[in-house]
Design a binder for this molecule. Sequence first.
Ligand SMILES: NC(=O)C1=CN([C@@H]2O[C@H](COP(=O)(O)OP(=O)(O)OC[C@H]3O[C@@H](n4cnc5c(N)ncnc54)[C@H](O)[C@@H]3O)[C@@H](O)[C@H]2O)C=CC1
Ligand SMILES: O=C(O)C(=O)COP(=O)(O)O
Length: 387
Amino acid sequence: MRYIKTIDDITKDGNVEFGEGYEFVERTEDADAILMRSTDLHGYELPDGIRAIARCGAGVNNIPVEEYAKRGVVVFNSPGANANAVKEIVIAMMILSSRGIVQSMEWVRNNAGDPDILVNAEKAKKAFVGHELKGKRIGVIGLGNVGSKVANAAVSLGMNVYGYDPFISVEHAWALSQDVQRVGTLEDLCRGCDYLTLHVPSKADTVGMISTEQLDLLAPGAVLVNFARETIVDEDAVDTALHRGQLSWFATDFATPKTVLMPNTFITTHSGAGTGEAEANCADMAISELKDYLENGNIAHSVNYPACSMGKARAASRIACLHANVPNMIGQITRILADDNANVQRMVNESAGENAYTMFDTDEHLDSSTIEALKRIPAVYRVRVIK
Ligand SMILES: NC(=O)C1=CN([C@@H]2O[C@H](COP(=O)(O)OP(=O)(O)OC[C@H]3O[C@@H](n4cnc5c(N)ncnc54)[C@H](O)[C@@H]3O)[C@@H](O)[C@H]2O)C=CC1
Ligand SMILES: O=C(O)C(=O)COP(=O)(O)O
């Protein structure tokens, strides 16, 4: 039996299925792995028994991924699984910021008792005249799973679309409409934009990336949409730009003590991924990642360890070593296996950044003294006897 601790409501209806051989536990101390969403794990006391964490969703700034890597904990996310949901709400925010829809609905609600409301609405409506997205210039920062979809949707709405992403993946570059014009600098992207939308992760080079300098380059009265993370924008600069009219609207998914006091805002409850479809997609992907890791040692979509697969564990024994990406690891591991006279059927070694993963199948079970010797290799963080 394997034990899973869930943190956060993974789906609205509470449906989360791991299937046979798995049980949910209340206490993290009793779990092998964690399935979670947005809870902040910085400062969380993670028990040593936890081998893996799957974040149902994209952003992992709520998880100390490098610290966990050094403890031999593999962190997964579910790339792309909620991207369509975010794309749709971002487009909705752009339309809300352009058409006086909310204000017009408010007028109707406030005049509900007027017997001549139908006639008076005809007079009131000029206050809610907006403008169309078609023909406007939009800048998209970050052309990953969400940004590439937003950019393509904006193209299909007839907008002039500019994208900025110095680290774009080949996969996302392929997925991008040819009508999206790629720009080499953040400043060139911002210049003259009527809409600016943010789709980058929160990390050292993106925190505060939208500040006065960037906002001043936008077209006067531009709309800023932030469904990425609250940290990406300098909130004081946004507040000033709204007061000055440099920004006409700020649509954000993050209700911070500062954003809630700003004028001309549409603020949602971190609901970008809030659809049944996105929740189900994220949960499905995260659960299958966890199961393949716990049962076979395979890693897909980890944010702190390399991808690695040897298929189903069919040999007598499968061992995985999580270790630092330093020289001579394979040499040290194979020397210990040779001392045990172990016959290795297959072995893979992959690395990503500071961390690496070595997994092998052997014809027979290894002695416990061999496992202990593997654990004693200085740069080894964890050894898992998968089978
Ligand atoms: N509001 C919500 O509910 C949701 C918010 N998000 C947020 O949106 C972010 C993006 O999500 P995805 O598109 O799924 O992630 P992704 O990883 O597919 O795409 C992120 C893109 O940002 C680019 N990037 C990284 N650093 C950059 C920089 N300095 N300048 C420009 N581009 C840079 C990367 O190259 C990548 O293409 C997530 O990290 C998360 O913070 C994601 C999903 C739901
Ligand atoms: O996927 C992301 O990065 C999100 O921000 C979604 O967060 P959530 O899972 O809805 O709490």
